[in-house]
Design a protein around this ligand. Sequence first.
Ligand code: ATP
Ligand code: IP8
Length: 257
Amino acid sequence: MILVKLGGSVITDKGRYRTFDKANVERLAKEIARSKVPVMIVHGAGSFGHVLAKKYHLKDGFSDEKQLKGVSQVSLDVRDLDLRVLGALQSAGLNCVSIPPSACCLMDDGKLTSFDLEIVHHYLDLGIVPVTFGDVVLDMKKGFGICSGDQLMAWLADEFDPERIVFCTDVDGIFSSDPHLNDDASMIEEVDRSVLARLPRSERWADVTGSIYGKIESILDLAKGREAMVINGRVRGRLERALRGEAVKGSRVIGDG
Ligand code: ATP
Ligand code: IP8
C-alpha cells in the first residue's frame, strides 16, 4: 500500500479562501486510479482550512466563545473540500470513503494522541480507499486544535507501514529556499534533519500547521526506515509514475534512525 498526501497547495488555491482546484484534483484522481496501486489518501485543508483557522486562532485552543463559530465554519469548510475530493476520486473509478478526524481523533496539547484505526483496517480489507484530511479536532488540554494532514500521515505510516509515502505539493520538492519567492532556489534531492536546520524561513499564505517546515519535521519523523518523497502534484503524470515506482523528479526525505 502507498500512502499519499494531496497537499492543500495542490487541491486549492491557498491564497484565496475556499478556492477548489477542480481540474487538478480530477487529473490526480485519474492518475491514482490508472496506477492501479492500492493507496490510502490524506489531503490538506488549503484555503478551506488555514484562512479561518488563522483568523480564529484555532491552533491555540479555546480561549474565547467567539472561536466556536470558527470551529464550526472550518469544520464545515474542510468537509466540503473533502466531499469534492471524494467526488473526483469516485468519478475516476476509485471506491473510497471519508474518515473525518473530528469524529475519530483526539489531540493533547496539539499532538495527535488517538486515532481509532479499526474502521480504517476494515475498509482497506474490503478494497475501499480510506480518505482522511486535515481537520479541527478535540484537544484534551486546549479544548480543540488543528490536526494537520501531515500528522495523520505520520500516524497512518506507523500503523500500516506503507511500501512508499508520497507527499504532493505545488513545487518539485524541497528547495534551498522558497522557489516561489526566490528564482535561485535549488531543489535538494536528499533531505535530512541537517537540511531542515539550514532552511531560511518564509510564509506566503496563512498556514497554521507550520508550512513546509512543519511538513519536513513530520516527514523526518515518519521516514524512519521508509521511503518518503515530496513531489510536484501539479505536473501531469508525476504522481502516477511515483505510484508505479518509477523514478520521478522530487526530494527524498531520509528519516533519523
Ligand atoms: P497543506 O499543509 O495545506 O496541505 P501542502 O502540503 O500543499 O499544504 P505547503 O505547506 O503549502 O504544502 O508547502 C508547500 C509550499 O511551501 C510551496 O508552495 C512553497 O512556496 C513553500 N515553501 C517555502 N519554503 C520552501 C522550501 N524551502 N522548499 C519547498 N517549498 C517551500
Ligand atoms: O492542510 C490543516 O491541515 P493541513 C487543517 O494538512 C486545518 O496542514 C483545518 C487548517
